[in-house]
Design a protein around this ligand. Structure first.
Ligand code: GAL
Length: 349
C-alpha cells in the first residue's frame, strides 16, 4: 500500500524548489575565503599592514560583488602554532593562505600541506630562500626590496651627517655609530644593516662602528639596549642606525630617559614610516625614514589572493594586474621620507 506524503513535507519541498536551494544552501554570492597567519600581531608594521589589507578587502568586495571572507590568526612567535593554524585554515576550506612565516627557514611543513591539498600560499614580509619558494609552483612571495631600504637609510644618514657639523661631536671627521638590529637571521635585518653602512661610506662618510645590539624590531627592547649603549659610549655616539622605526623610537625613549638634551642627540634614522615613525620625522626627532609601502604590499597580496582563488568571475582581475617577477615575487620599492615630504605620507597612511 502506498504511503501518503505528509502535507508539511510536501510544502517544504515545494518552497525549496521555488527558491532554487540545493542541500539547504543558497549559493548566489561567490565567496573567496582567505586565511592569514601572522608571526606576531603586535608588531607595529605588520598590524598597520593588516589594517590596510582588511580595508582593501572591503573595497574589493564592493567593487567585484564577491564576498571576501578573511580569517586572520596570530602565531605569537611559534612556528609550531603557525603550522597548526595553516592545517586548520586548509580544513576550513580557505581558497588561499597568506603566511607571515615565524621562522623563515622552516616553511616545509606548510608547503607540503598546501601542495597536498592544492591550496596556494602567499608568503609575505619575512622572505624565505629561493629554493624553498621554488618547491611548488603555487608558492608566492609579497614584500619589499630590502636593499632599497638600506640604501635610502644610508643616503639620508650621509646627507644629514655631512650637512650639519654638529653631528660630528668630537670634530674628528669620522662618524662614530651604533646599530640597532631586528631579529637575527631576518632577511631585512641583515640586508638593511649591510647596505645602510656601505651607502654611508660610498657617500663619503668615514665611519667607525662603536657597537650594535639586537632588539627584535621592538621599541621596548631597543630602549633597554640603547640605554646600555649610552652607558658604555655616552656622548661619543654620533649616529644611530636602526633597522626599523620602532627601534629608533626606543632609542629616542632611552635618550629622553637619560636626560640628554635634544640638541645633543645623535643623528637618528629609521625604516618603515609607521604612524609613530612619521610623527617622529615631523617633529624633528628622526632625520628621516625609508617608507615601507604597507598599502602597496597589502593591496598586491589581496589582489594576488583573489586571482589565485579562481573565483573572480565578474571583475576580470587577472595575473596581468599583479606586478609579478619570475612568476612568484612581488617586491615593492621603499620611498625616502624627510621633513620635506612627511606630510604626504602622513595623509596616505
Ligand atoms: C620588516 C619591518 C619591521 C618588522 C619586520 C617583521 O619589514 O620593517 O618593522 O615589521 O618586517 O618581519
Amino acid at each position: 500500500m502506498r504511503k501518503k506524503i505528509p502535507a508539511v513535507v510536501f510544502l517544504i519541498v515545494l518552497l525549496c524548489l521555488l527558491s532554487g536551494c540545493s542541500g539547504g544552501k543558497k549559493d548566489t554570492v561567490q565567496t573567496v575565503k582567505i586565511g592569514v597567519t601572522l608571526y606576531d600581531q603586535y608588531d607595529t608594521f605588520i598590524s598597520e599592514m593588516m589594517g590596510w589589507f582588511t580595508a582593501s578587502a572591503t573595497a574589493l568586495e564592493e567593487e567585484t560583488g564577491t564576498a571576501i571572507n578573511l580569517e586572520i590568526v596570530d602565531a605569537a612567535g611559534s612556528q609550531t602554532t603557525q603550522n597548526e593554524q595553516v592545517k586548520s585554515l586548509i580544513e576550513k576550506g580557505c581558497d588561499v593562505i597568506c603566511v607571515n612565516l615565524v621562522d623563515r627557514t622552516e616553511p616545509t611543513t606548510i608547503t607540503d600541506m598546501a601542495e597536498k591539498n592544492d591550496v596556494p600560499i602567499i608568503f609575505f614580509n619575512r622572505e624565505l630562500v629561493t629554493e624553498d619558494l621554488e618547491r611548488w609552483k603555487k608558492l608566492y612571495y609579497v614584500g619589499a626590496d630590502a636593499i632599497g631600504s638600506g640604501i635610502i637609510q644610508g643616503e639620508l644618514a650621509a646627507e644629514t651627517f655631512l650637512g650639519d657639523e654638529k653631528y660630528d661631536k668630537n670634530g674628528d671627521g669620522i662618524c662614530q655609530y651604533v646599530v640597532l638590529e631586528g631579529e637575527a637571521g631576518h632577511q631585512d635585518a641583515i640586508v638593511r644593516t649591510e647596505y645602510s653602512v656601505n651607502t654611508l661610506v660610498e657617500n663619503g662618510v668615514k665611519v667607525e662602528k662603536l657597537g650594535y645590539a639586537i632588539a627584535n624590531w621592538k621599541r621596548a627592547q631597543a630602549q633597554t639596549k640603547m640605554a646600555a649603549l649610552l652607558e658604555q659610549y655616552g656622548n661619543s655616539i654620533e649616529l644611530i642606525l636602526t633597522n626599523n622605526d620602532d627601534m629608533a623610537l626606543g632609542a629616542i625613549d632611552a635618550l629622553k630617559a637619560a636626560g640628554t638634551s635634544k640638541n645633543d642627540w645623535p643623528l637618528i634614522v629609521g625604516i618603515d614610516g609607521t604612524d609613530v615613525g612619521l610623527t617622529a620625522v615631523k617633529n624633528g626627532e628622526m632625520a628621516g625614514t625609508a617608507y615601507n609601502d604597507k598599502e602597496g604590499q597589502a593591496e598586491a597580496m589581496l589582489k594576488l589572493a583573489f586571482v589565485l582563488s579562481g573565483k573572480d568571475a565578474k571583475n576580470g582581475l587577472s595575473m596581468d594586474d599583479i606586478p609579478l617577477e619570475k612568476e612568484k615575487y612581488v617586491r615593492l620599492p621603499y620611498y625616502r621620507v624627510t621633513l620635506d615630504n612627511v606630510e604626504e605620507y602622513i595623509k596616505k597612511s
